[in-house]
Ligand binder design. Structure first.
Ligand SMILES: Cc1cc2nc3c(=O)[nH]c(=O)nc-3n(C[C@H](O)[C@H](O)[C@H](O)COP(=O)(O)O)c2cc1C
Length: 226
């Protein structure tokens, strides 16, 4: 779509998808600021706006990337501020496996290929080569009901980025070693990293970016009662 042509809301929602390979080309700060200004309009319970976002670019991004890769390669223990279920069951497990297998398939990796799977995982900590990585934080004392506000914020941001021609990938894996962004940005122990987000211009030549995840039908997830 030509840059001057505005996407409709439906087109924006349908165009957004997780991109896992980016060009080595920074997004102009004006565009980044525009997207964050739109995200700031997100609703939150009592308008508390619990999100604290730290965006790394340039040498700050390079330093974070290097440290994350080292943590991963050394198999260092995680220091996540917030827990995530160790395992999902039933339909959730099925969808989780389906997601991983589809991604590996695009990358030419089989489920049995342990080394391939490790290198696919490593791509997270290489930030999928994105020139920008954002960390979404909130006070550690806040609970899941407040984290909801950060999720809403993140989707608004991803849609804003999409409408501006920028791709993204939300990243729970950025929770793994939260001490790294904490030290680099110098935020306090009171704040915890809930998730991250890589963003930049999509590298359309990468096979992994051919991945298109589908969704369950509405009837599987929503109950209507008259
Ligand atoms: C909070 C959150 C965390 C995620 N973490 C990761 C991640 O660490 N690595 C990754 O490759 N994808 C991650 N994803 C992307 C999901 O796999 C993706 O949203 C899902 O498969 C649906 O695909 P789509 O975004 O392309 O529509 C995350 C998505 C969300 C919303």
């Amino acid at each position: 779509m030509p840059e001057s042509q505005q996407m409709t809301f439906e087109e924006t929602v349908k165009t957004r998808r997780s991109v896992r390979g980016f060009l080595d080309r920074p997004v102009p700060q004006k565009i980044i600021t525009e997207a964050f200004e739109l995200a700031q309009l997100s609703p939150s319970n009592s308008n508390i706006q619990p999100w604290q976002v730290f965006v790394a670019s340039g040498i700050t991004r390079d330093a974070i990337r290097e440290l994350l890769i080292a943590q991963f390669n050394h198999g260092f223990e995680r220091n996540s501020d917030f827990s995530y279920p160790e395992r999902f069951d039933g339909p959730y497990r099925k969808r989780q496996i389906d997601c991983a297998v589809k991604m590996w398939t695009e990358m030419g990796i089989t489920r049995e290929d342990k080394i391939g799977r490790i290198s696919a995982l490593l791509r997270n900590f290489e930030l999928f080569d994105a020139p920008h990585i954002a960390f979404f934080c909130m006070e550690k004392s806040f609970t899941a009901t407040v984290a909801v506000d950060l999720g809403i914020y993140a989707q608004t941001l991803m849609l804003a980025l999409t409408s501006l021609g920028i791709s993204s990938c939300a990243m729970g894996s950025m929770r793994n070693w939260s001490d790294i962004p904490r030290e680099i940005f110098g935020f306090g122990e009171n704040l915890g990293v809930v998730f991250g987000m890589a963003f930049g211009f999509e590298d359309t030549a990468l096979p992994v970016n051919n991945l298109r995840m589908t969704r369950s039908p509405v009837t599987e997830c929503v109950t209507f009662k008259d």
